[in-house]
Design a binder for this molecule. Structure first.
Ligand code: NAD
Length: 499
């Protein structure tokens, strides 16, 4: 049986060359190979960068703000119109259930909405008469060609954290999406074409480390926005900056939910289940550790376990609650952590390895899993598992719980569940994490705020989207200007002052 081939999108069209290497794309709910994806060589990546550079120099870098906004608004409407198709493609290759895939597209669309208002954020400032006859003003200008490298878990939303802002600001883009679910980026590329974006402004190259390295070292790539696991994020940051690029590299996570004894038990248990098992735990903002301040643990675990009993794991197209994991290898890795947790002495309350999934036998299934009495030395606590495994650590006090969160190397998201406003306020001040929920389990910021973690969850100092996104994708200039005036002071070798 011949399978569909997904290839690169360069200069406004599908690339028509023959790839030297390819990868397999699976339908995780059936376990079948459904497509092949081309892997770019450094020369093919260079072709995409050349196209982006030409488009930047030819027109997009000097296009009017009005034109850019017109294209943005058309793109926004096209994504909204086609969001169901895009969601279906995501479910086919990632496995997450359709409603979740649609949610991802909606959250990405919010960044496009935000970028439609770029005119406000690209404005400079002006100070008149700072010295006699002298005015000072600031400008923000695009960087040029920007690279984006994205992970498998949000094939539409994560690239959309970056490219709407980059394009609205006048940059041109080369996106390297995950090779595991590459079709969403091709669908998006065609929507840009329909929106009237000039050829070469948005390019997609597929591949693995070879393509990533080619972007990181290409002299015409001005910046790299990366999202993925922490070891690769660190490598991307170090390599990209060593090659003179501006880099923001968002890494992995181990998000803790701190539950105080006065928390609303129903809200907390619902939130733990939603945030622990939504998208099969393959979210960088998933809750993977519940830190239960005693005496809350017994009641909370009973409430969570009873909710887990009602969850349906199966094919994301069939209205199930939770889909498969993305690949067989990843499913086996996560199942390996479940075995390690048992071996290390944690109490396995619900074992997802025994799930009866509503889907093909060959699907990459692992059901929701719950551990109690996890301790900080266990690998299920120290490592990012990135699957449907929730661990409960019991602690005696708020201070002991806070210390756990702050001592963990990751600092992406966290949440506190309590009815005590003072305790929540203290937590938001004391916790060493970038995104905090108060009785909200997945505190993903709106597009007009910025998304990013602390510690090993982010390398670089600029978070994604919001005002920080505009700063990342533009460079500042400050102009000091004087127009010829008979009152100028003549020769003066002293340092310019305003008096
Ligand atoms: P990954 O690190 O394996 O891959 C990310 C990207 O890097 C992909 O495009 C991949 O092709 C590329 N890549 C893989 N190996 C590489 C190598 N050796 N050298 C250079 N590039 C390489 O991550 P993933 O498995 O696709 O995604 C899951 C990870 O992403 C999790 O760790 C998750 O926490 C993280 N993530 C973080 C955020 C965040 O905002 N912090 C958001 C989403 C996902």
């Amino acid at each position: 049986m011949s399978t569909e081939t997904i290839t690169h999108w360069i200069d406004g069209r599908r690339w028509d060359g023959t790839a030297e290497r390819q990868g397999d794309v699976f339908d995780p709910a059936t376990g079948q190979i459904t497509k092949a994806v081309d892997f770019a060589t450094p020369e093919e990546v260079a072709g995409a960068v050349r196209s982006a550079k030409d488009a930047f120099e030819r027109e997009w870098g000097r296009s009017t703000l009005t034109r850019r906004m017109q294209v943005m608004f058309r793109f926004r409407e096209l994504v909204d119109t086609h969001k169901e198709d895009l969601a279906a493609l995501i479910t086919e290759e990632h496995g997450k259930v359709l409603s979740d895939a649609l949610g991802e597209v909606s959250r990405g669309l919010e960044v496009v909405d935000f970028a439609c208002g770029s005119a406000q954020l690209l404005k400079g400032s002006y100070s008149e008469q700072v010295a006699s006859g002298v005015d000072v003003y600031s400008l923000r200008q695009p960087l040029g060609v920007v690279g984006i490298i994205s992970p498998f878990n949000f094939p539409a939303m994560v690239p959309m954290w970056f490219f709407p802002i980059a394009i609205a600001a006048g940059n041109t883009v080369v996106l390297k999406p995950s090779e595991k679910d590459p079709s969403a980026s091709m669908y998006i590329a065609d929507l840009w074409r329909q929106a009237g974006l000039p050829d070469g402004v948005f390019n997609v190259v597929h591949g693995d480390k070879v393509a990533v390295d080619a972007l990181l070292t290409h002299p015409d790539v001005a910046s790299v926005s990366f999202v993925g696991s922490t070891p690769i994020a660190r490598y991307v940051y170090e390599t990209g900056t060593a090659h003179g690029k501006r880099v923001q590299a968002l890494g992995g996570a181990k998000n803790h939910m701190l539950v105080l004894p006065d928390a609303d038990l129903d809200l907390t248990a619902d939130s733990a289940v939603n945030a622990g098992f939504g998208s099969a735990g393959e979210r960088c903002m998933a809750i993977s550790v519940i830190v239960a301040v005693e005496p809350v643990a017994d009641d909370l675990i009973a409430a969570i376990a009873s909710r887990m009993a009602g969850l349906r794991t199966g094919d994301g197209r069939k209205g199930c609650d939770m889909g498969p994991l993305v690949t067989a290898a990843h499913r086996d890795k996560v199942a390996g952590y479940v075995a390690a947790g048992v071996a290390e002495g944690a109490d396995l309350v619900v074992d997802g390895r025994e799930v009866a999934a509503d889907g093909a036998a060959e699907g990459f299934w692992l059901g929701p899993t719950l551990f109690d009495r996890v301790t900080p030395d266990m690998s299920i606590y120290t490592d990012e598992i990135f699957g449907p495994v929730l661990s409960v650590v019991r602690v005696p006090t708020y201070e002991a719980g806070l210390a756990l969160v702050n001592d963990h190397p990751y600092g992406n998201g966290t949440a506190i569940f309590t009815c005590d406003g003072g305790a929540a306020r203290r937590f938001q001040n004391e916790v060493q994490v970038g995104m905090i929920g108060i009785n909200v389990p997945i505190p993903v910021p709106m597009a007009y705020y910025s998304f990013g973690g602390w510690k090993a969850s982010l390398f670089g100092d600029t978070h994604a989207h919001g005002v920080e996104g505009f700063h990342f994708f533009t460079r500042g200039k400050v102009v000091t200007s004087r127009w010829p005036d008979p009152t100028h002071g003549g020769i003066n070798l002293g340092f310019p002052t305003t008096t």
